[in-house]
Ligand binder design. Structure first.
Ligand SMILES: [Zn+2]
Length: 261
């Protein structure tokens, strides 16, 4: 009797031990594996959707990000849509009930997992004469002038690479002085000036070569980079000096040569 009881106790203990191991170690692994497989399938599906086979297009396709992302819903439910973001508290960037919409929660948690965003105020003082100029720049708009005295700065920091961007929306409002000569005139003068002593036009004597020698066709030529980044580092240039006048045929020759190389 005692031995039987002992045997059955031992059996229960063993069963308990094994189910304990199963629940704590194997079961979570199995569940995670299923989740991971599902995620993998979804990722593959998303990639399939965004893949372009270039030969299918007669026109270059527009740049596309995630085509399943609903920008209208994002604007409607998540983002405050203000030209100027509220300062100090990043929670105020988003609409009040944003947590009840999955799209807001998903995107915001993604953004927050990569970036830190914060706003700050930089106070500025202007001497009276300069203040008059600033007022004039902003067309005597009092709201804008007030913003110039207390400028809102937006900081975005990548948590992993520590890349850091600062945005001051007022900078975009500064007046742009019209250039003294037109862009066209500046370009044609520069082309004219540089054509007299151009190394690239005199490429036979003034550019480097690699052991493959120089390749040429009607409108283009190859040259080795004088200071390489890799064993094979070549450049392909049009023979036309004035690149603003480059024709389709000339550009095609450049790429054809690179392809042959
Ligand atoms: Zn040239």
């Amino acid at each position: 009797m005692t031995i039987k009881l002992f045997e059955s106790k031992k059996r229960c203990l063993l069963i308990g031990l094994f189910s304990g191991i199963f629940i704590t170690t194997l079961l979570p692994k199995l569940i995670n594996k299923n989740k991971w497989e599902k995620n993998k399938q979804q990722t593959v599906r998303v990639n399939e959707k965004n893949e372009h086979i270039f030969a299918e297009y007669s026109q270059w396709p527009p740049f596309l990000t995630d085509s399943t992302f609903d920008l209208t819903a994002w604007r409607k439910h998540c983002w405050v849509n203000q030209v100027s973001l509220p300062t100090q508290d990043p929670q105020l960037y988003y609409k009040k009930n944003y947590t009840s919409y999955p799209i807001c929660k998903d995107v915001i948690s993604l953004i927050n997992s990569i970036y830190n965003m914060k706003t700050n105020i930089a106070k500025v003082k202007y001497p009276e004469l300069f203040a008059q100029k600033i007022r004039k720049i902003f067309n005597y708009n009092n709201t804008l002038y007030a913003k110039a005295l207390e400028q809102e700065l937006y900081f975005v920091v990548n948590k992993y690479s520590f890349e850091h961007t600062v945005y001051n929306p007022l900078r975009g409002r500064r007046p742009v002085q019209p250039p003294e000569v037109s862009v066209e005139q500046y370009l044609s003068e520069t082309m004219e000036k540089t054509s007299k002593n151009c190394d690239l036009c005199n490429y036979q004597n003034m550019t480097a070569m690699d052991s493959l020698g120089r390749m040429e066709n009607q409108h283009a030529y190859s040259a080795a980079n004088a200071f390489k980044f890799d064993q094979w580092h070549s450049m392909f240039m049009p023979k036309q000096h004035d690149i603003t006048k480059l024709t389709y045929e000339e550009l095609k020759d450049v790429f054809t040569l690179a392809w042959k190389w």
